[in-house]
Design a protein around this ligand. Structure first.
Ligand code: FO1
Length: 337
């Protein structure tokens, strides 16, 4: 989306924003990927008006499949904000059917990636808009509008950046590793294919420049947040802005996904402290789960102030409650003990 289109979105809703909100923060950016990221983004969207919140989403998980561009992290955010996500999986659609997938199987396709029929409808429209020459940012804005999502959801880049996982078997594209191989191969490292040619979009750069708070959602630090930070000038913009992260690791485990396994495989401390240390130079504040209360001192030792709460988002109310706590703590001037 062009920057002026974004201003237009914000302009339309600013009056509503001022009357709706209890938070003096005017511009919040959330960095998100995966189901944990989408859940907190949904909580933030319940607390902040559309002109106060921009969600910048990882596109490193994207890939081309059956002629379609799959954008799992963006779609997961869109479906969660529209409240049409699959209730158990967190990704994909509720009330989904798989007739197209079953038919492709009958026709000999190795259907390891489960695209549902409703989900395919969105993918067909995305393909059509991309083929008509629209940028990914413009396409996502159009799809968001059609889903009734009023908060701004931005792909981190309009250029293709693809996460490649290094394993003892060689390099595996992310979805091949994550879905087809069920994260079984050991992760030795990773890189982002296409990073040299990629840049953040103008809308992303503007959102980061205008932000007075940046929230790192409880997403996988390596494959969801690092790809966003790896784009030119993003890390520098984040370093200039107050930040807060929510730990995706609780009691040494990830609620969902391979974050804990990856941390162990690259030799990191598999704990909330390990996450805080990973982001350390960028972080002002950190939210960790009550199960990890004993780690507060270790996080203070990193010069990061921390807040302990129940970080498990079981339902819509939990998401809103955690988002409210994150926003309140980020604004408190409580020093590091
Ligand atoms: N995850 C799976 O574990 N198996 C699937 O077959 C699968 C299909 C799928 C289709 C569309 C979509 O948007 C997401 C999908 N995911 C699937 C989730 C996705 O692979 C991951 O959630 C993210 O890439 C990790 O953040």
């Amino acid at each position: 989306m062009a920057v002026d289109q974004k201003s237009e979105v914000r302009g339309q809703r600013s009056a509503q924003a001022i009357s709706n909100t209890q938070y003096p923060i005017s511009q919040v950016v959330a960095l998100a990927g995966g189901v944990g990221g989408a859940k907190l983004a949904h909580g933030l969207a319940q607390q902040l008006a559309p002109d106060q919140l921009t969600i910048i989403v990882n596109t490193g998980d994207d890939f081309e499949h059956l002629g379609l561009l799959i954008c799992p992290d963006i779609d997961t955010v869109l479906y969660n904000l529209a409240e049409v996500q699959h209730p158990q999986q967190g990704w994909g659609r509720a009330d989904e059917s798989f007739q197209v997938l079953e038919e492709t199987k009958r026709l000999g396709h190795d259907a390891w990636f489960r695209l549902g029929d409703r989900d395919i409808a969105l993918h067909l429209l995305r393909r059509q808009m991309l083929d008509a020459g629209m940028s990914l940012t413009e396409v996502i804005a159009a799809l968001a509008r059609r889903l009734g999502v009023t908060h701004l959801v931005l792909p981190m880049s309009d250029q293709s950046v693809r996460t490649i996982i290094h394993t003892p078997e060689g390099e595996l594209p992310f979805q091949e590793y994550f879905v087809h191989r069920r994260t079984e191969p050991t992760m030795l490292g990773m890189h982002m294919a296409g990073l040299e040619q990629a840049r953040p979009t103008a809308a992303v750069s503007t959102a980061l420049a205008e932000a007075d708070l940046i929230i790192f959602c409880p997403s996988n630090p390596y494959v969801s947040i690092d790809p966003i930070l790896a784009l030119p000038s993003v890390r520098e913009a984040v370093a200039r802005t107050p930040t807060i992260a929510v730990s995706p690791i609780i009691g040494g485990r990830a609620l969902k996904g391979p974050a804990a396994k990856m941390m162990a495989e690259v030799g990191a401390d598999v704990s909330a402290v390990g996450v805080a240390r990973h982001y350390a130079d960028l972080l002002d504040a950190f939210v960790l789960d009550q199960a990890d209360r004993r780690l507060v001192d270790a996080i203070s030792a990193l010069g990061i102030r921390s807040f302990v709460t129940d970080t498990i988002m079981r339902d819509k109310t939990d998401r809103a409650r955690l988002a409210a706590e994150v926003l309140s703590f980020a604004q408190s001037r409580k020093p590091v003990p």
